[in-house]
Write a protein of this length. Sequence first.
Length: 155
Amino acid sequence: MKLIACFLMLLFDLNYTAEDPSLSSIRLKFHNSTSSEKVCKDLIKQLQPYNEKNNPLLLGYKGSATMLMATHVVNPFSKLSYFKNGRISLEKAIQADKNNVELRFLRYTVQTNIPSFLGYSSHLEKDRVFLRESVNGVKENDLKKIITSYLKQKS
C-alpha cells in the first residue's frame, strides 16, 4: 500500500514539474511537419494542452500545425476542417498576445502560402509591416534571421 501511495505522489509531483517544451524543439518539429504527416500529428498532440491563457505562442504553433495537416490529407472536407480549426487557434493566440513577433510571423507565413480562395489574407499587409518594424527587436538570432530572410524572399 505504501508503494502505491509513493508512486501516486511521484506521479502527482511530475505533473507539477513538467515544463513546457522548448521552443527550439517545437520550431524544428513544425519545420519537419511540412514533409511528414506523422510529425505533424505528433506536434499537434504534444501541443494539445495549450491555449490562449496558458501559452499563446504554443497555441499559435498548434493552430499553424493544424492548418498544415490540411496538406497531408486528401479529403477536401478534412482539408477545410483542419484549416478552419487551425485558423481559429492561431487567431486566438494572436488576440491573446498581439505584439508577439513569432505569432505574427506564423500567420504571415500561412497567409503567403495558402490559396487565395480560402480568404485568409486580410492581415497580410499589416503583418508584413509589423514584422519589418519589429524584427530588429527579436532577441533570438536564429529566429531573427529566419524572419528577415523570409521577408526578403517575399518582397
